[in-house]
Design a protein around this ligand. Structure first.
Ligand code: HEM
Length: 198
């Protein structure tokens, strides 16, 4: 069955979760690696083309995932969670969704604002146009600098949210011993619960 039930996720939601988790963790590590390479590195241009290409794959998957998510609401949070834990879970999930979009979009704006005007061609096949950058953001250098800061601190915030997300999943599994992690791994039956998880 593709749709989730009231207590479990469907195969498509599980596919989106783990594919995007792998791509995003990989992109965070890749971005930080690229950032410390010297400008003279002969592979820098190709490596940034790869970073941008995978970033657009993440953006496309994020769009598909959010549409899927609205059509197939997530199962409920386990019973027995304190109200602050429910609130933290909702905020954490909203933050992760927001950053899944914000990181590719700030990257896209950054390269669009760059005075170098370097084209983006996803995997050397699909040309991506530059976005219009509002004049109110100042010169091209200033606008590029702003998006660079947003991209960088957005990435740091995402690392913090992912670490918290993993810690919470492990706490559910090993301490609360509920089905929260299991139901994101397989579509098997899980315990019935009480409230929406976002
Ligand atoms: C899931 C999506 C993405 C993630 C997780 C991600 C992550 C990162 C990280 C961690 C850095 C290093 C930041 C720093 O320490 O300064 C970085 C740099 C960069 N990213 Fe991304 N990125 C994503 C998508 C994109 C996209 C779609 C583009 C462009 C279309 C892009 C363009 C860049 C550029 C040009 C830099 C270098 C910034 C600089 O010169 O300091 N990124 N990215």
């Amino acid at each position: 069955m593709l749709r989730n039930t009231s207590s479990g996720y469907g195969r498509i939601a599980i596919f989106f979760h783990w594919t995007m988790a792998l791509l995003i963790v990989g992109m965070l590590a890749f971005g930080l690696y690229l950032d410390q390479l010297p400008q003279s590195d002969p592979n820098l241009f190709q490596l940034y083309q790869l970073h941008k290409s995978v970033g657009f794959v993440v953006l496309a998957l994020a769009l598909m995932r959010i549409i899927w998510r609205f059509a197939n609401p997530s199962p409920k949070l386990p019973t027995g969670m304190a109200s602050w834990e429910r609130m933290a879970a909702h905020l954490g999930h909203i933050g992760l969704y927001a950053l899944i979009f914000a990181l590719p979009i700030t990257g896209w704006f950054m390269v669009s604002a760059s005075p170098w005007g370097i084209p983006t061609v996803v995997f050397n096949v699909l040309p991506i146009p530059h976005l219009p950058v509002p004049e109110a953001l100042g010169t091209k250098e200033e606008a590029e600098g702003l998006f660079k800061v947003l991209h960088k601190y957005g990435a740091y915030l995402m690392i913090a949210l992912i670490v918290t997300h993993i810690a919470a999943a492990l706490k559910h599994h090993f301490i609360a011993r509920d089905d929260t992690l299991k139901r994101m791994v397989s579509t098997g039956p899980a315990r019935a619960d009480t409230s929406s998880s976002l």
